[in-house]
Design a protein around this ligand. Structure first.
Ligand code: LMR
Length: 398
């Protein structure tokens, strides 16, 4: 048995311990060793999903100091009393990789893979052979959506079509808006209390669509719906650490706004640890982070958009949500949510605190530089238009 196999086995056969007790009767008597082994097993000797950013970081402004949870063990459930998580669009490029990462998460006991493509059943069988604690089931087509969603704590939606070179995320609206609307209706009908994490682009519009569907169904809870913008943070952390020769495990750059082009606004001035950038570095990094999705679309030359890095980011977001649900304190991630932080912007991405009911608190932006303020002023009309487009899509439906 290799080191990796051993580590995964230990992590999945033991209850991962903590000094805290989760809400689901998690026995927390064992040590944190298995938790760190689990992460080490998956990412070399590093952590699993780079949890440092799930916790608030000590920034120069308003965010709380780096939380205890960054260093302390995580509350993980056993397979028996863990969470049910559904991936809608599980047979696609993001969906398959994301499902694999979720299969390795010991907080999850039941993984429901849903897709309109029949191959999803095979993907579920394939994944079910991995000797981790969760069970995996595949569900195909609208008639099986209810079964997939019943009892879910968390629903992650990567369903939809990806960009091709030359397209903006907004160009996906005509296809993906309807997909997200219908899947969210399924959530409203079958698991209205689940947290819903939306990856499907254009996120700036699909999150408002999902919220409007829930409102129409009388099941809207703003703490339960978010757009996954984690990849913007993942990229920022990676680019900054490479440029500055910092340990990537220590770097955290908050990214606010939305998830498309200039609506993506990295707050480099709030980089943790405090880091100084020349004017040129700031400008180059900002633009690169805004265009990083396009960088992948162009590199794949017609073969789609980011799948692996997006799956990694979504798995990290999913883990943060489950940690919050389990009662762990001080779990933070930037995400795109219903918000009143920026006037006239009903949806906006900022750092959010996750708790037992989902998004517990939407954090303020904090102090920003004149350069960042310029971008903020510029992004607002564009983001607002994309939000309005999503809202109108549901309002105008017959
Ligand atoms: C990304 O940021 O990579 C995704 O939103 C996919 C895309 O179209 O860029």
């Amino acid at each position: 048995m290799t080191m990796t196999q051993k580590a995964i086995k230990i992590a999945t056969t033991k209850i991962i311990g903590s000094s805290q007790r989760g809400t689901r009767g998690v026995d927390t008597t064992t040590t944190a060793r298995s938790s760190s082994l689990m992460r080490g097993a998956i990412k070399g000797q590093q952590r699993w999903y780079d949890q440092r950013s799930s916790s608030s970081r000590k920034s120069s402004v308003s965010f709380k100091t780096r939380s205890a949870s960054r260093r302390s063990p995580v509350v993980h459930a056993t397979a028996d009393d863990g969470y049910k998580v559904a991936v809608l669009g599980a047979a696609g490029g993001i969906g398959q990789s994301l499902s694999l990462l979720l299969k390795m998460n010991p907080m999850i006991s039941d993984l429901a893979l849903y897709d309109v493509g029949a191959i999803v059943k095979g993907v579920a069988v394939d994944l079910s052979h991995c000797n981790t604690a969760s069970t995996v089931n595949g569900y195909c087509g609208n008639e099986e959506l209810g079964q997939a969603l019943k009892g879910c704590d968390l629903v992650i939606i990567p369903a939809g079509v990806p960009r091709k070179p030359g397209m903006t995320r907004d160009d996906l609206f005509s296809i993906n808006a309807g997909i997200v609307r219908d899947l969210t209706q399924g959530v409203a009908d079958h698991c209205p209390n689940a947290v819903v994490a939306i990856i499907s682009n254009p996120v700036n519009s699909t999150v408002p669509i999902a919220c409007e569907v829930m409102k129409k169904s009388g099941t809207f809870d703003k703490r339960k719906i978010l757009g996954v913008t984690t990849l913007d943070i993942v990229r920022s952390d990676e680019f900054v650490s490479t440029l500055k020769g910092l340990d990537v495990n220590d770097v955290d750059v908050p990214v606010i706004g939305g998830h498309a082009g200039i609506t993506i606004l990295p707050l480099l001035s709030q980089t943790f640890p405090q880091t100084s950038f020349s004017k040129k570095e700031t400008e180059d990094l900002t633009v690169r982070i805004q265009n990083a999705g396009t960088e992948v679309v162009e590199a794949k030359a017609g073969g789609g958009s980011a799948t692996l890095s997006m799956a990694y980011a979504a798995a990290r977001m999913g883990e943060a949500i489950l940690r919050g649900l389990s009662g762990e304190s001080d779990v933070y991630e930037c995400s795109y949510v219903s918000s009143d932080i920026v006037p006239d912007m009903p949806y906006f991405a900022t750092k959010c605190k996750f708790g037992k009911d989902g998004i517990e608190e939407v954090m303020p932006i904090g102090d920003i530089t004149a350069y960042e303020q310029e971008w903020l002023d510029k992004l607002k009309p564009e983001l607002k238009a994309q939000i309005d487009k999503g809202i109108a899509f549901v309002a105008d439906a017959p």
